[in-house]
Write a protein that binds this ligand. Structure first.
Ligand SMILES: [Zn+2]
Length: 274
């Protein structure tokens, strides 16, 4: 889960609690990427996530696409976010997920910064064209950046002309279940050698929240993000049935062994050392 709070207040904590209960009932574990603002506002929530056996990782120091920031300010912000998580949980986070899967060609330098800050892996690339953020041509299986940072791209499958991160967020809510099953089969048939995983946000589960106009989504996007939240929990439950779900941290050695090294052509040069 990407634990973020677009509305303020305690809503994110309550919805995270519902997901924690579902995971516990299913005997499943997961990785929670927590936005720095939530870590600062509600360290108790972060401790509960860790105490219930899940991995706590970072969802960044601000909820904006990486490329909107200069490397030096990203580095400084992420160092603060990392240190705050380490203070709260007692250990430095291994993983990072960019807001909006925004590790794009314009932000290629970020992999070096993250490796330099001691992160082991990132789960921030959407390996397809996407209207929000994507990296067409990036490997669809786990890969290593030149820095040694392991990247776990979000699983995508074809829907018409697009490849979508079908198992998470809004797609998980809006695509019919038969379509999700078909796409999961298609993903496997394309022999993508990696871990199939889902993702969601506190708001995907929040059925009582009033409509919030999100500046990052526009009017139509805000409506789509608000409607049809009821199916999220049952669908996550369906995905967990008959499957073993563990944290990324637990899978890391195996994923790293199977990873290819990828040197993107035409990407921006790594950030200069400071
Ligand atoms: Zn997010």
């Amino acid at each position: 889960m990407d634990v973020e709070d677009h509305a303020g207040g305690q809503r994110a904590a309550a919805q995270t609690g519902r997901l924690l209960d579902l995971l516990e009932a299913a005997g499943a574990q997961g990785t929670f990427f927590v936005e720095d603002a939530v870590v600062a506002a509600d360290p108790a929530l972060v401790r509960v996530i860790a105490a219930r056996g899940h991995e706590v990782a970072s969802h960044g120091h601000r909820h904006c696409p990486i490329a909107e920031e200069a490397p030096a300010s990203f580095r400084a912000g992420m160092a603060t976010a990392r240190d705050r998580l380490a203070d709260v949980t007692g250990q430095a986070p291994m993983g990072y997920r960019a807001p909006y899967f925004s590790l794009t060609p314009q932000a290629a330098w970020a992999s070096d910064v993250l490796a330099g800050l001691g992160f082991s892996y990132s789960s921030s690339v959407l390996p397809a064209w996407n209207p929000l953020a994507g990296w067409p041509g990036a490997p669809r299986r786990p890969f290593l950046w030149a820095s040694g940072l392991l990247e776990l791209p979000v699983p995508v499958a074809r829907v018409g002309p697009l490849r979508l991160p079908f198992l998470g967020g809004m797609y998980l809510r809006w695509l019919p279940p038969w379509r999700l099953r078909w796409m999961a089969g298609r993903w496997a048939a394309e022999e993508v050698d990696g871990a199939l995983w889902s993702y969601c946000h506190p708001y995907d589960l929040d059925r009582e929240q009033a409509l919030v106009h999100r500046r990052d989504a526009g009017a139509f996007g805000s409506l789509m993000l608000w409607l049809n939240r009821g199916p999220t929990l049952p669908r996550l439950q369906g995905l967990l049935e008959g499957r073993r779900s563990v944290t990324f941290a637990e899978r890391l050695p195996a994923l790293r062994r199977g990873a290819v090294t990828w040197l993107p052509a035409g990407a921006l040069q790594p950030a200069p050392a400071e």
